[in-house]
Design a protein around this ligand. Sequence first.
Ligand code: PAF
Length: 305
Amino acid sequence: MKVIADIAKMQEFGRQVRTGGLRLGLVPTMGYLHEGHLELLRRARAECDVVVASIFVNPTQFNNPDDFAHYPRDPDADAALLAEERVDVLFVPEASVVYAADASTRVSVEGLGSSLCGPGRPGHFDGVATVVAALFNMVGPDLAFFGEKDYQQLQIIRRMVRDLHFPLRVVGVANVRERDGLALSSRNARLSDEQRRVAPAIYEALHAAADSYLDGETNAASLQVAARARLAAHPSIAVEYLEIVDGDSLQSVETADDSSVIAVAAELGAVRLIDNIIFARARREREAAARLGAEASPMGVGTDA
Ligand code: PAF
């Protein structure tokens, strides 16, 4: 695995790959890799000739300096995992080079950042869109892979790619979960034993609502009540939002359908976790399970993050 820090060298590498007629896949990450990232890398490996993974803890997407300072980092373990996944290039640009001292350009995808996590994290999605646009320009991928766990981020990036005509395809990869349903996240490492024990209730709440939807309930308020009832038993889980939104506009809906997504953000102590279930995916999983004559696995590892 080649390690590139220099932006001009990265751009040159991307040019050579494309000139050679090969398909270049990019998996952008902030490091501290877990199974969810590995799923992105495997998908990229399956669909692309050349795979680039970037590790860049992007300062502009943290609205809390403490969160940035404490973001977990383990570059050696990350490099070993990437090599195991047969990544061709690890791209690790320096923050001082990604952002010139007088950098003054921000990419802002209006509207989509105003709901769900937006109000609680002012500026976060502008920081994400700006760095992802910069990474696209630095690497020049044909395909870029993002997890559906950060559903709002994924939609914002899709919209940015469409609106700014980036010549690439964004691939969303399904959530990867622990056996007890907790969505994988680098932040899980910061949970205490007790917080880790109760954290799966977040997914159980979403699952209860998704189940109720698949059983025929479409009233969004009733579905939210079903989800919140599960969380009520765990006062240590402070819900920031729990909403059913349209999967494209990310605006709340009154009546759920297969284009809806139920999304939650909650804090356990100082650790903020997010999760979601895409109703169309839940239906496909239930139908697939029925065909196999089995119960739909709530903990199923998505195959498509
Ligand atoms: O999802 C992440 O890890 C980050 O938001 C991303 C997309 C790498 C941009 O910094």
